[in-house]
Ligand binder design. Structure first.
Ligand code: PMP
Length: 456
């Protein structure tokens, strides 16, 4: 291992970081995280912070989850890899596929397809949606519908259904035949209301209008996150998912719930679909499935789709899609141990309870800090939106957001900023003292951001 000076000197010099400008990263190198313990991380200078990011919405059980580490180590020694392409499989994969179908049984999931992460799971769902319609005798159903501000990863399919122009512009043209609807966002929307129920109905009406325009028989699927994560933690009204589910059903359109963030407890329920009381046709999952310790994802396939594939005659039923690491035995072992811990610790219930405390605290901060335009969240997904003018909702400038980030870190809490949003997504095993620490560091961070805005 090279020494600290080498690491600091070469930081961001030979690597391009995801979702970042490589020139900016060279000029302002990222913090080097060296160690993780419980719900905390320690940087290369020995500065310890509570991880308010939870890795990247994924280290739900914290950094010291020995059952997962032990399961991975044991599998590494027994069989570090074997493929799951036609003809061979491994025992952790068989067991994991059983457990995942059990876990998502209330959502009507009956099969799983293992992947290497969230983008792969989304891609798998999009592809299988088209194939399902083909196998079902409706090959013209190829289009996808999604939400503006939605995030579905970075493969061409996922990026095409993404609803954030930042992730699209440099890579145009995207996949043809994608229709974007407005986001169910009370703080900013084109409907001139902050009433979530009205917004939900209006988006439903817009969906119906697009269906009439394009023809239902050209649309394969609607893909949505139960709570929009990367778009700034946008929590839809409780009526929204049921409305969209009903419209999909009426028009034979599949509903894909992108549960990459919400999949294993983060939103305060075992999954986002359960939170809203709906059964999707497919679910894309990843992140918390292995507690972030191994890159693994799972596309879940609902009962409704099964026979179209399994009883199909000939190639239309063959899944000509898959990854070298689909069902990687170490990843499968990690996921099995993670699932057991998720259930044993009932992290979904803790996320719900701690999430309520956190949200109440964020509202209290908003009442004292003019710079907070909106505070929102569900479970342990939360955000503060920073503005320079509350009336006009003008997004706060980059250096103001940076001032909050730096001060909060100095105060002992790592948060993530995205545009003018501050995103908070700690490990799901935090207790109320951790919530208090997050709020107190943010309090100091907001004061620093306000000083920056005033030019001090
Ligand atoms: N879908 C959603 C909802 C996500 O939040 C993410 C990642 N943040 C992805 C897909 C892509 O996952 P990955 O980065 O693991 O490819």
């Amino acid at each position: 291992m090279r020494d600290t000076n080498f690491l600091i000197g070469n930081n961001a010099k030979h690597v391009w970081h995801p979702m970042a400008h490589p020139g900016e990263m060279r000029a302002n190198p990222p913090r080097i995280v060296e160690q993780g313990e419980g719900v905390e991380i320690v940087d290369i200078h020995g500065h310890r912070t509570l991880d308010g990011v939870g890795g990247l919405w994924n280290v739900n059980l914290g950094y010291s989850c020995d059952p997962v580490k032990d399961a991975m180590t044991a599998q590494l020694h027994k069989l570090p890899y074997y493929n799951a392409f036609r003809g061979t499989t491994t025992s952790p994969l068989i067991e994991l596929s059983y457990e995942l179908c059990e876990f998502f049984k209330p959502e009507g999931m009956a099969r799983t397809f293992l992947t290497s992460g969230g983008s792969d799971s989304v891609e798998t769902c999009l592809r299988l949606a088209r194939q399902f319609h083909r196998a079902n005798g409706q090959p013209e159903r190829t289009k996808f519908v999604s939400l503006k501000k939605g995030y579905h990863g970075t493969h061409f399919g996922g990026a095409s259904v993404n609803g954030n122009p930042n992730f699209r512009r440099n890579y145009e043209p995207m996949l043809a035949g994608v229709i974007h609807l407005p986001a169910p966002f009370t703080y900013r929307n084109p409907f001139d209301t902050d009433d979530g129920a009205i917004i939900a109905r209006k988006i439903g009406a817009a969906f119906e209008e697009e269906i009439a325009f394009h023809g239902a028989d050209t649309i394969a699927a609607l893909i949505m996150e139960p709570v929009l994560g990367s778009g700034g933690v946008i929590v839809p009204h409780e009526s929204f998912f049921p409305i969209m589910r009903e419209i999909c059903d009426r028009h034979g359109i599949l509903l894909i719930a992108d549960e990459v963030i919400t999949g294993f407890g983060r939103a305060g329920s075992e999954c986002g679909s359960r939170l809203w009381g709906i059964k999707p046709d497919m679910m894309s999952t990843a992140k918390g499935i292995t507690n972030g310790y191994f890159p693994l994802g799972a596309a879940m396939i609902g009962e409704k789709l099964v026979s179209a594939f399994e009883d199909a005659k000939g190639p239309v039923g063959t899944i000509s899609h898959g990854y070298t690491y689909s069902g990687h035995p170490i990843g499968a072992a990690a996921a099995l141990a993670t699932l057991a811990e998720v259930k044993r610790l009932d992290v979904a219930a803790n996320a719900a309870a701690r999430g309520e405390e956190l949200l109440a605290g964020l509202h209290e901060l908003a009442s004292r800090h003019e710079i907070v335009g909106d505070a929102r969240g569900k479970g342990l997904m939360a955000a503060l939106e920073l503005v320079s003018d509350r009336e006009k909702k003008t997004p706060a400038a980059k250096d103001v957001v940076q001032a909050l980030y730096d001060k909060t870190y100095e105060e002992g809490v790592m948060v993530r900023t995205s545009g003018n949003n501050v995103i908070i997504s700690p490990c799901l095993i935090i207790d109320n003292s951790h919530v208090a620490r997050i709020l107190s560091a943010l309090d100091a961070g907001l004061a620093a951001a306000a000083r920056k805005m005033k030019g001090h």
